[in-house]
Design a protein around this ligand. Structure first.
Ligand code: NAD
Length: 318
């Protein structure tokens, strides 16, 4: 029996990401024990997730083979950490993005579980060597960084601590695949992993183009959503280049490599993202979509609804 066949997973922290992970694991048939250090918070999470599962089922968008009622029954809430961790083979930590909080949670977890239990962090911006610096046994620790919302955006970045065992990476890869996520394996840790590094490059160039009065906020967003994003939802930049020249990637670079190098050299310094220097960009954005709760919620709902449909389209056409 492999570790993934043991069917209990603990989720520590029941906010936005903890809830999403719980739904993903339950969709794969795992029993999910949810813990939060705010009393009553995990119970609230379970109630809300069950409601969401029913709504997804009704809309035909539920993931996994089990009906919503069975997936909902796999969830339990716990105000006691030891109780939540009992029998789990995999712990997914989803607490606040603060180094001290995460380190302290993992120290508590380490005291309560056996040596073969995998300890996985959802951190977006902390490298494993920081998150797990205080652990006794780092070989079973890794970062499994989801993209929000993980229920619809399936990529998960698996990033090892320098001491993480290969078997731990493999088991986590198998688990993530089994529950329908799309894991990518890092060979070593790096600040920002890949998603945030690529995203930062896109943000920087978009910001510069607006700040330098080359294009509007509205139009640079269209460059992504109606242009590059259309194909990037199905093929990445590497395959895009490979397919965009008659003889593939080498041919592409023969034709366009000098041009790409020239553009990169002309890119300019890292822009000012805050303060007076950022006002031009932020004012334009707030004019398009005001920053109050009702406007932002409406756009977030639209985003999630469209992502749901895109996820389904990808499932149907892979
Ligand atoms: N929100 C995103 O877009 C996103 C995307 C990818 C990864 N992440 C990462 O996921 C993690 C969680 O983010 P979130 O957006 O769900 O945050 P959140 O604020 O919505 O939820 C955090 C939860 O953790 C609980 N918590 C705090 N300290 C705790 C402790 N000591 N023990 C147990 N529970 C505790 C809080 O009560 C809260 O319910 C962060 O590390 C974040 O960087 C977030």
């Amino acid at each position: 029996m492999s570790a993934c066949d043991v069917n209990v997973i603990a989720v520590v922290g029941s906010g936005l990401i903890g809830r999403s992970w719980a739904m993903v694991f339950a969709s794969g048939g795992y029993r999910v024990k949810i813990y939060d250090n705010q009393p009553g918070q995990s119970a609230k999470a379970v109630t809300e997730i069950r409601k969401q599962l029913d709504e997804l089922e009704e809309a035909g968008l539920l993931r996994g083979a089990l009906p919503a009622s069975r997936q909902g029954a796999l969830l339990s809430s716990h105000d006691d950490l030891a109780q939540a961790l009992d029998a789990a083979f995999f712990i997914q930590e989803c607490v606040f993005e603060q180094l001290e909080v995460k380190q302290s949670v993992f120290q508590d977890v380490e005291r309560l579980v056996g040596q073969d239990v995998i300890l996985s962090s959802s951190t977006s911006a902390l490298v494993p060597s920081s998150v797990f610096a205080k652990m006794q046994n780092k070989s079973r620790c890794l970062v499994s960084h989801p993209v929000n919302p993980p229920y619809y955006v399936k990529l998960v970045e698996l990033v090892p601590h320098p001491e993480t065992a290969t078997a731990v990476m493999d088991t986590t890869h198998t688990l993530m695949t089994k529950v329908g996520q799309v894991p990518v394996l890092f060979k070593k840790e790096i600040d920002g992993f890949a998603v945030n590094r690529v995203q930062a490059a896109i943000i920087a160039e978009s910001w510069r183009l607006v700040q330098d009065d080359v294009i509007s906020v509205k139009d640079i967003d269209l460059v992504m959503s109606e242009g590059l994003g259309m194909r990037y939802a199905f093929i990445g930049p590497m395959e895009t280049m490979h397919l965009n020249a008659p003889e593939g990637l080498e041919d592409y670079m023969r034709r366009y490599g000098d041009g790409i190098t020239r553009l990169l050299h002309s890119a300019g310094p890292v822009p000012e993202f805050r303060g007076d220097g950022a006002k031009k960009v932020t004012n334009e954005m707030y004019q398009l979509i005001p920053g109050d709760e009702s406007h932002l919620s409406a756009r977030k709902e639209r985003r999630d609804r469209l992502l749901m449909h895109l996820a389904r389209l990808k499932d149907d056409h892979q």
